[in-house]
Design a protein around this ligand. Sequence first.
Ligand SMILES: [Zn+2]
Length: 211
Amino acid sequence: VTRLVLQGIGLFAFIPIVLWLYLGRPLGPGLSAVLGLAVMFGHRFAASPWMARHALARCLWCAREAPLPERLEIRAGGRTWILAACGAEHGARSGRFLTLVWRARAAVGAGIFVPLVLLLAGSFAEAAGRPFIPHAANATIFRMVVALTVAGASVAYLAVREAERPLRCPFPLHNLFLLGIGRTLWVFRIVGAWWLASGASAAARRIAEGA
Ligand SMILES: [Zn+2]
C-alpha cells in the first residue's frame, strides 16, 4: 500500500461521512444537513488539487503507480485534464465508462440529485417544524434510487463498445480518481446491492405492517 493509495482512500472517506450526515443525521435534521453540505462542497478544494498533483502518477482505472504509457485527455469541470492509464485495456475501460456517463448524464444526474434534494428538503422542513415526509421513507427512497443509478452505471458501461472522443466527465472527476474508476465501480455495486436489499426489506416490512 503506497502513500497515494492511503491519501486517495482518506479523501474518498469524506463521501461516506457526508452520506452518514444526510442519512443518519447524528446532529439532528438541520445541523447534520448543513454540515453535510459544507463537507460536500468543501471536499473538492482538497480532492481536485490532489488529482492535479498526481494526475500522471497513477492509472485512472486501477490506481496502480507506473509504468503508465497511456494518456487520457478528459474535459471536466471547465478544463481539460491529462490523466494516465497503465495500458490500453485500462485506458479503454476508463473511456468506455466516461462515455456511458456522458451519454446518460441526464438520467445519472437526475438519479442522484433528485433524491438528494428531496432528502435535504425533508430534513430542512423537519428542522423548521413543517415535516412533509417521514425521514425513514425519504432515506429509503434516496438509497433505492441512488443505488439503482450508480450500480446501473457500473454495469451499463460494458455495453459501450468504444469510447467517444473527446472524453468528457459531467460530474466531479476527482471522485472517480481517488480510488480509481475500477474500484469505485465495485463500491457502487456492493453498496448498491446492500442499499437495494435493505430498501426492499424495509418496503416489505411496511407492507406487512399495513396488511
Ligand atoms: Zn490500470
